[in-house]
Ligand binder design. Structure first.
Ligand SMILES: Cc1ncc(COP(=O)(O)O)c(C=O)c1O
Length: 459
């Protein structure tokens, strides 16, 4: 027992002194961060034995089927023992089986390209668009539109496609050919005079296409529901119009489902709420719930065909590789993850418990004037904190930090916008595992209620 405690103490010291923590200023970690040692379902335990209810799916919308799933661990172990790795230029059983299972859920799409992070899945999509431009449009249709407030990843091209000023700050210069379009958050309506906000917000994209020249725009990448930019659900009519605009100007629609994909929003994929057909879909986090690293760039057969070798064009096929896209553990974990979602009815649970969570948060909105807006779909919710409901002035990020801290003190882990949007780091995020029960949802809401009350009292 003692030697175990000593080992933990030693590791905590090493963690404090030598691990460079993601998204964390050194000063915030200088006294050491809690070290988490075990998880089961929605519960996490730290090294001191404290139990937390994780309403953030591992902090960043990942652990869709919850912690401690030995059936996924077993599937990964069995696969690793049989065959662990093979470059993606060769065939293997789990990659084929997972592709089939995934495509069954995505009618209209037909090819799966494997890699191992959300950023990388988006990079693949960008490279496809660029190569299609070279092969079919004399290199001219190379621009990729992205939306204000959306996030597409950490690599330089993915960041070049990210509409969050604070996330981008100090990392430029960026990759040329990425162009921003306006956000579609109705709560902060930029077009109050417009009769139909959804259509107007989509038309704002069309204006950018016309300004840039439709012959130069190859694709747009959008999150079905913006995640880190503030849990932004699209307004009525938006997606139908966006698809129409893509068709009109021959622009490929890339859906970034890195957060929304695989059940988070109460359907297999976020875009399926809106009855539209994307050309490319990227996904990562919930694909294997964090039991192995896997991401996918899924395309239509048309996109695949546009990137084939033709006679005399030896460079004409998609000459791209992801070494660790050939780790068989990813697809094995993805298969086991999907089996759990199907067998336990977790898509339906996400929908039902999501409604319960949103109802609970809306009830808190009635009580706490600091809650300006409640948004979400399925087990993917956010609340926007304001100083005053009329002006909608956002609270300082210190308030969101304090409320998340007060929840943690009460044993519930929630997410929040983290130095992403200048002046608008005022959103709290909720994304419990899709297995969440009514009791757990009610507990999360009750704790948020208490946390907001305690912090509001100090303002
Ligand atoms: C919508 C979205 N796309 C892409 C990414 C990047 O994924 P990764 O961190 O796996 O590279 C993220 C990460 O948070 C995301 O939220």
């Amino acid at each position: 027992m003692n030697s175990r405690l000593n080992e933990l103490d030693l590791l905590k010291t090493v963690d404090r002194d030598h691990v460079w923590h993601h998204l964390t200023p050194g000063a915030a970690a200088s006294n050491g961060l809690p070290m988490f040692v075990r998880g089961k379902g929605l519960s996490l335990w730290d090294s001191e034995g404290n139990e937390y209810l994780d309403a953030s799916a591992g902090g960043v919308w990942v652990t869709n089927v919850g912690y401690g799933r030995t059936e996924i661990a077993d599937a990964v172990r069995d696969q690793l023992a049989e065959l662990n790795f093979l470059a993606g230029s060769m065939g293997n059983k789990p990659a084929a089986a997972f592709a089939q299972k995934l495509l069954d859920k995505m009618p209209g799409l037909n090819r799966v390209y494997y890699s191992n992070s959300g950023s990388e899945a988006n990079e693949k999509a960008f490279k496809m668009v660029r190569q299609i431009a070279h092969k079919h449009y004399e290199g001219k249709k190379y621009k990729i539109l992205y939306r204000e407030r959306d996030y597409h990843g950490t690599t330089i091209a993915a960041l070049s496609a990210t509409g969050q000023a604070e996330r981008r700050a100090h990392f430029g210069p960026f990759v040329p050919g990425f162009v921003e379009v306006p956000h579609c958050m109705e709560y902060r309506n930029q077009y109050p005079e417009a009769a139909d906000y959804g259509v107007k917000a989509a038309e704002a994209i069309e204006e950018v296409i016309l300004r840039e020249g439709a012959g130069t725009v190859g694709a747009m990448i959008l999150e079905p529901i913006t995640a880190g930019g503030g849990v932004i659900t699209p307004p009525e009519g938006y997606w139908e119009k966006v698809r129409e605009i893509c068709d009109k100007y021959n622009v490929l629609l890339i859906m970034d489902e890195v957060v929304c994909g695989v059940g988070r929003t109460g359907k297999w994929f976020g875009y399926q709420h809106y009855g539209i057909q994307p050309d490319i879909v990227t996904m990562a986090k919930g694909v294997a719930s964090g039991y192995a690293a896997i991401s996918c760039t899924v395309t239509t057969e048309r996109v695949y065909e546009l990137l084939q070798e033709e006679s005399g064009d030896t460079l004409g096929f998609f000459r791209d590789i992801s070494t660790f896209g050939g780790c068989l553990a990813g697809a094995a974990a993805g298969l086991a993850n999907m089996k759990i979602i199907e067998e336990e009815g977790l898509i339906e649970n996400s929908r039902l418990m999501g409604e319960r969570l949103l109802d609970g948060l809306r009830a808190l909105q009635e009580k706490h004037s600091i809650i300006g807006d409640v948004r979400g779909k399925g087990l993917f919710a956010g609340i926007e904190l304001v100083v005053d409901r009329d002006s909608k002035a956002p609270v300082d990020e210190s308030v969101a930090i304090a409320i998340a801290g007060a929840c943690k003190q009460r044993g519930v882990l929630i997410g929040r916008t983290n130095r992403s949007l200048e002046g608008f780091n005022n959103i709290l995020n909720f994304s419990p595992a899709l297995t969440a029960t009514a009791e757990q949802i009610d507990h999360i809401v009750a704790v948020v209620d208490e946390a907001i009350a305690s912090v509001s009292a100090t303002l």
